[in-house]
Design a protein around this ligand. Structure first.
Ligand code: SF4
Ligand code: SF4
Length: 122
């Protein structure tokens, strides 16, 4: 009887086609819940530091004085907790593929709010 079970599996696999994707010829469609990486719309950020306090891996550092937000992408496990707690919703999780980080220095992503330009005549 086992031969029939095996024949059924073989026939099904022959008719179904390959299980692999034709990437990069055919682009992968990511689902809405795919987690790529954390981004910050720095113009909206109020540097409250809540994201850094909530982060379980200590991947975030926020400086209110310098108006600076830094993420260490090698520490981030993309748990999404910072996105959920941000009071002004400036954090988001992109749902597409990014090249892997291979060096510690390139893992640090700093965002700083630029100081307003001085008025003419100052
Ligand atoms: S929680 Fe949001 S507003 Fe507060 S520092 Fe983090 S990114 Fe900025
Ligand atoms: S997604 Fe999670 S691990 Fe990554 S920075 Fe936000 S809170 Fe930290």
């Amino acid at each position: 009887m086992r031969i029939f079970v095996m024949a059924k599996t073989v026939a099904r696999n022959l008719l179904k086609g390959p299980a692999t994707l034709m990437y990069p010829k055919r682009k992968r469609v990511y689902t809405a819940i795919t987690r790529g990486r954390i981004e910050n719309e720095i113009e909206k950020c109020i540097f409250c530091g809540l994201c850094g306090k909530r982060c379980p891996t200590y991947a975030l550092t926020v400086s209110k004085e310098n108006k600076e937000w830094v993420i260490d992408r090698l520490k981030c496990c993309i748990c999404n907790l910072c996105v959920e707690i941000c009071p002004v919703k400036c954090l988001s999780t992109h749902n597409h593929y990014f090249s892997p980080v291979t060096e510690r220095l390139t893992a640090l992503c700093k965002k700083r709010l630029a100081a307003p330009a001085p008025d003419a005549g100052d």
